[in-house]
Design a protein around this ligand. Sequence first.
Ligand SMILES: *[C@@H]1O[C@H](CO)[C@@H](O)[C@H](O)[C@H]1NC(C)=O
Ligand SMILES: *[C@@H]1O[C@H](CO)[C@@H](O)[C@H](O)[C@H]1NC(C)=O
Ligand SMILES: *[C@@H]1O[C@H](CO)[C@@H](O)[C@H](O)[C@H]1NC(C)=O
Ligand SMILES: *[C@@H]1O[C@H](CO)[C@@H](O)[C@H](O)[C@H]1NC(C)=O
Length: 242
Amino acid sequence: MGTPANLIIQGALAIALLLVTALQVGVADTDAFFSLRQRENIKFWADELGDELWYLGQSITKATDMKARYKKLHLRVQEKDGEAILKEIVDNVQRMLDRKMDAVRCIVIAAEDAAESFNRTNVPENYTFYSAKDSYIAGDTEQSENLDNSTYTPMELYTDSHFYNIPVNLNYSIVHVPTNIYYEDDPVYDTIKWSESLDDVFIQNYYSDPALSFQYFGSSLGIMRSYPGSGTFKQQPALRTL
Ligand SMILES: *[C@@H]1O[C@H](CO)[C@@H](O)[C@H](O)[C@H]1NC(C)=O
Ligand SMILES: *[C@@H]1O[C@H](CO)[C@@H](O)[C@H](O)[C@H]1NC(C)=O
Ligand SMILES: *[C@@H]1O[C@H](CO)[C@@H](O)[C@H](O)[C@H]1NC(C)=O
Ligand SMILES: *[C@@H]1O[C@H](CO)[C@@H](O)[C@H](O)[C@H]1NC(C)=O
């Protein structure tokens, strides 16, 4: 904190000194051109300028005040190794990104496995899924117009400080189906079904990295899963066209 103030003062002093030196050099070189009286004038102006800069530096930086305050609070100016600080930040960011990449890698592997081993005939007739827009939400005053318990699994949500106090359910993900995509098309429906097994990975990722918040899986067919389950997309009409 004291360092910039000191720097400014030093800077101001340096400028003043330079000016004085320059003017004196000028005086030395140009003895022939200036009369004694003129030289005295120049020296006077240089000194004036130097003093003004010094006082300006003092008043702008409040250096005296700061020094007094430092003394009062028993503070010390300490030198910090900028490179060490930077290295620590880089290491922390690297660790954080590594964890996120691990989480994503787990999702990718699980998605590939699930898609490959998926067998439509093994899915029960009464299959339902958690819909971001149309699931029944327990305790919610405004339910979806398309509410249909035989297609969309009802949800129970709980506020969670880890997710900015948005009501969520950490036990499952929800499916977003854009309005222009028909969920009952076989490839789309299949994707919704096999991607449900990603819930295990989402949950595992979440519990192994507490810094992780929302996790998503998007399919080229247009559907998206997001974890944890929540009703946020229902209350934001602007997001319905996702
Ligand atoms: C899917 O499962 C059914 C019954 O479990 C089996 O008869 C069928 O061969 C399987 N299909 C594939 C492609 O594995
Ligand atoms: C689906 O049907 C089976 C039996 O036919 C039943 O055990 C199961 O609870 C049903 N699942 C849902 C989600 O309704
Ligand atoms: C849907 O299920 C919820 C909870 O299981 C129930 O409270 C609600 O009445 C059901 N809605 C309809 C339309 O069946
Ligand atoms: C999640 O599921 C577990 C059991 O599998 C249950 O004990 C817990 O209450 C559920 N949590 C939520 C938020 O629904």
